[in-house]
Design a protein around this ligand. Structure first.
Ligand code: GLV
Ligand code: GLV
Length: 305
């Protein structure tokens, strides 16, 4: 039997637990919290297929302890998300939203050689924080635009198109910082007041990862003081961000409603991958994109598989 949540809004924790309690598998979005409380109410659950590459909405340790497999959708959204990060970077550097608003509001006056001047990417340094698949794809785009790329992150990225540097050094030397880390205990709030102060004055800050990696009050202050020249975000806390949220009062800020993977091609592939993960697990096969191999081993399925 398949039960489908019929509403546009996400289920509350209670609604989710009630609907999921008889299920052997659930296909979740990044809006669904899968935690100990939910897992306890779903004794038959064998798999959670999260239709996202990020899985900070899932308590993976708790799932592993319950023997529940967790799958995600890596790879298929890399190029789409990198495109969006680059679109944000260009929009911020060349002040596209301001220009577009000026046309509609009747502020397009006589030709003015000093009006709405931005920055050109050629010759600037891009600092990538989080050199995973998406970070690499952004770095490749940056190189095509004549940028120098530096990066830092936990993994020693193999064949990353850029120069590795310590975190502080990346912040200090980058004209643009783009964030591509997962949200974890370690990365939560890593872009705080000291981080923004360590950046070049007037630097551009782009975030297409998770809103939780940024201290939004610190970002707002940095934009107000001009320490950060412009910020372009695809992710915020909370999502949706209410139109009267204080962050939106900051100058030189672009906010998009979490569109990183929002292309026809990518969303279709993400849906396929999630369903594949779900069905493989239910057939007793090891899913391709298993987040917690330990749950597989734990169930004693590792040996012969
Ligand atoms: C979207 O943010 C994802 O993690 O896939
Ligand atoms: C996500 O797919 C990443 O590795 O950046």
């Amino acid at each position: 039997m398949i039960d489908t949540w019929p509403e546009a809004r996400p289920p509350t924790a209670d609604e989710l637990a009630e609907r999921a309690s008889p299920c052997a598998g659930i296909l979740t979005m990044l809006t669904e919290r899968v935690d100990e409380a939910l897992l306890e109410r779903c004794p038959d659950l064998r798999v959670v297929a999260n239709m996202a590459v990020g899985f900070d909405n899932v308590d993976v340790d708790a799932a592993t302890a319950h023997g529940v497999l967790v799958t995600n959708t890596p790879g298929v959204l890399t190029e789409a998300t990198a495109d969006l990060a680059f679109a944000l970077l260009l929009a911020a550097a060349r002040r596209l939203p301001e220009g577009s608003t000026a046309v509609r509001e009747g502020d397009w006056g006589p030709w003015d050689p000093g009006w709405l001047l931005g920055r050109e990417l050629n010759g600037l340094t891009l600092g990538i924080v989080g050199p995973g698949r998406i970070g690499s794809a952004v770095a490749r785009r940056a190189q095509a635009f004549g940028m120098t790329v530096t990066y830092c992150g936990r993994r020693d990225a193999v064949a990353f198109p850029g120069l590795r540097a310590p975190w502080r050094e990346v912040l200090r030397t980058a004209d643009v910082v783009s964030v591509h880390v997962p949200l974890t205990g370690e990365t939560a709030g890593m872009f705080d007041a000291p981080a923004f102060s360590a950046m070049k004055r007037g630097a551009i800050f782009v975030n297409t990862s998770r809103g939780g990696v940024v201290d939004q009050d610190a970002l707002r202050a940095a934009l107000e003081s001009g320490q950060i020249g412009a910020a372009a975000l695809d992710v915020t806390v909370p999502e949706p961000l209410p139109p009267d949220h204080p962050l939106l009062a900051a100058p030189n800020l672009i906010v998009l409603p979490h569109l990183g993977s929002a292309t026809h091609e990518t969303r279709a592939r993400m849906a396929e991958l999630s369903v594949d993960g779900l069905l493989s697990a239910l057939r007793g096969e090891r899913p391709h994109h298993l987040v917690n191999p330990a749950a597989w081993e734990r169930a004693g399925r590792g040996a012969g598989a």
